[in-house]
Write a protein that binds this ligand. Structure first.
Ligand code: FAD
Length: 279
């Protein structure tokens, strides 16, 4: 389909983008366009104006930030995938960026667009939830930092309000005693996850002492598998803990899978991810 008519402005700076957004309550930010343009073509999104932030190169970076790694919102998936700092300190992020879509999507799509879109089937939001990442949001009222637990608020909804920009994502550096895994089941190589599981495991001599586990596409937002985490903390094996992976989830039934199959996938992938992360 052809999108409904819209105006188009190129932002020259973050301040310029904020001004353009403030002037039009129906304007939308355009980053890589790989989620927004399909939505425009289907007329699911009908903004009056697109504010293109694609040329704000000062928002494309990966930096050492002490105990964290800071990633600019406009960093493309391919650059996240290949970044040496992330590969050294938080490899679950770079590895997962390499699982997003196909090379064309990874060369255009941005990490900021991926999390701001709030799609429960997306991979990086789930990884951010497991990592307890932080999100820096700027708007007319200044800058605020939101934790991953408060950032994803619903299907295609996040804490980024109208007139605001997500500028940075901060992830923790993982130490030598922390293992990780992100597994996704999808029917074709470039597809979104039917179900995905991100696991961060703190281990001692091959035994998991605590874990953060997040589920992709098992509800309206990335969901922490709290019952699995509690079981690991109580000394359960990955197999014992994974039995609880679908507790308190609300997976949908669609053309890719039934809700019941998604629950099954969550249990299978959680056991595998915990085992991989513990090794
Ligand atoms: C064929 C195909 C396959 C894909 N496969 C996968 C996959 O396997 N896994 C996966 O996770 N994703 C997948 N995607 C989605 C892909 O990761 C998108 O690139 C990403 O979700 C959106 O990033 P973008 O930069 O293109 O954002 P855009 O499409 O430009 O924007 C998306 C939304 O975020 C908002 N936004 C963007 N940046 C900001 C910002 N800095 N501040 C505030 N709001 C902002 C926009 O207003 C819009 O609402 C796929 C996409 C395609 C087309």
């Amino acid at each position: 389909m052809i999108p409904a008519a819209f105006d188009y402005e190129v932002a020259e700076s973050v301040e310029h983008a904020l001004g353009l957004l403030a002037a039009d309550p129906d304007a939308k930010v355009l980053a890589g366009g790989h989620s927004l343009v399909p939505a425009l073509k289907l007329r699911i999104a009908r903004p009056s104006k697109l504010v293109d932030i694609g040329r704000l190169s000062d928002l494309a970076y990966v930096r050492d930030a002490g105990s964290q790694v800071a990633i600019g919102a406009l960093t493309r998936h391919v650059d996240v995938q290949g970044d040496p700092l992330l590969q050294e300190h938080c490899p679950i992020v770079s590895m997962t960026a390499g699982k997003v879509g196909d090379p064309q999507v990874r060369h255009r799509g941005t990490i900021g667009g991926s999390v701001a879109h709030g799609d429960p089937a997306s991979d990086l939001p789930s990884v951010m939830r497991a990592l307890d990442a932080e999100f820096v949001i700027v708007g007319a009222g200044g800058e605020r930092t939101v934790g991953a637990g408060d950032f994803f608020t619903g299907v295609f909804q996040t804490a980024v309000g109208h007139g605001e920009l997500l500028t940075e994502i901060r992830v923790p550096k993982l130490g030598d005693t922390t293992g990780w895994s992100y597994l996704k089941y999808h029917r074709r190589a470039q597809d979104w996850a039917t179900v995905g599981v991100a696991a961060i495991v703190h281990r001692d001599n091959g035994t998991a002492t605590s874990a953060s586990v997040s589920l992709t596409n098992m509800g309206g937002t990335p969901l922490r598998a709290s019952a699995v985490e509690a079981a690991i903390a109580a000394g359960s094996s990955p197999a014992e803990a994974a039995v609880h992976a679908a507790d308190d989830t609300e997976p949908s039934t669609d053309t890719a899978a039934s809700a019941e199959f998604r629950r099954h996938l969550a249990r299978v992938l959680t056991e595998r991810a915990l085992t991989q992360a513990r090794a």
